[in-house]
Design a protein around this ligand. Structure first.
Ligand code: SF4
Length: 279
């Protein structure tokens, strides 16, 4: 089976969403959070494509504004709030960039792990080499809340990246794993992440569940961020006020990814075309 971290976590969040997204491949309008996450990731990829050099901040904001899509937001006040948040993240990222502290090796690095009869694929936002020689894997997060150490009890994304690093560089035992919370300008390296056998057990268990699933809906507070909520009666029954749900965005990193990478892939934009049209 071909799997990604997003596919695995989507199934465990809601089998019906997994079926619509990964089996039936039903297109759904993106959500403001997915759109903002995608666009900020795109701008940061552009920012580091010629690292250690970085374009001036106005160039980054130019790309941000060029790819901004107002039609995603239901009113101009919400649009303004999201636009400002994204611009602040980009400015703060630009401000904090210090090339002397590490060397950027890759951005948006694709990986695939062949294991048993499965192909596990994914993309790592950024890979740096630290002055010590250690590899640092950086995952950008655009969430409002910072996670606590206990949130990582439920996280399988970082152990997957650890496994990916060992696949990409057979000579390394361990990489430094960093979550970069862009709204807060804060990098977090969790102390305890799940071991490889635990991750592999989780993947096998999920595959087994997928193979025998009825793909029923599993409504939860996360429906507030689901692209399919408009076509899903179960999701609509989970009452939420849009402002409150934005403020209550979950902090645990398993919920943070929420498929930004998949939205990017699903829409199939050639990268060159996204960077084109800049003055
Ligand atoms: S709205 Fe909720 S229940 Fe419906 S598909 Fe999405 S996550 Fe599942």
């Amino acid at each position: 089976m071909r799997l990604s971290y997003s596919a695995i976590s989507t199934f465990n969040q809601c089998p019906q969403k997994y079926k619509w997204q990964y089996i039936e491949r039903i297109k759904a309008p993106t959500t403001p959070d997915l759109f903002l996450g995608w666009l900020v990731h795109l701008v940061l990829e552009y920012a580091l494509q010629n690292a250690p050099a970085m374009p001036p901040v106005n160039k980054l904001l130019e790309l941000y504004n060029l790819r901004w899509n107002p039609s995603i937001f239901k009113d101009s006040a919400i649009e303004k709030e999201y636009h400002q948040a994204g611009a602040e993240m980009i400015k703060s990222f630009h401000n904090a960039y210090a090339p002397g502290l590490s060397t950027v090796l890759n951005v948006e690095k694709f990986f695939e792990i062949r294991w048993k009869n499965h192909l596990i694929v994914g993309k790592i936002d950024r890979i740096d080499r630290l002055p010590s020689g250690e590899i640092e894997i950086i995952d950008y997060k655009t969430n409002r809340k910072l996670p606590s150490e206990s949130d990582f009890k439920f996280d399988f994304q970082l152990p997957l990246y650890q496994w990916a690093a060992q696949t990409l560089w057979s000579n390394i035992d361990k990489a430094k794993l960093t979550l970069y919370f862009l709204r807060h300008g804060k990098k977090i390296t969790p102390e305890n992440i799940k071991t490889l056998p635990v991750l592999q057990g989780y993947i096998l268990e999920t595959v087994e569940k997928i193979n025998t699933s009825d793909f029923l809906a599993n409504p939860s507070p996360l429906c507030a961020w689901c692209e399919y909520s408009n076509k899903c009666p179960e999701g609509q029954s989970v009452s939420h006020n849009s402002t409150d749900s934005r403020d209550n965005q979950p902090a645990n990193s398993s919920s943070l990814s929420l498929g930004v990478g998949d939205w990017r892939t699903k829409n199939g934009f050639p990268k060159d075309s996204l960077f084109r049209d800049l003055n």
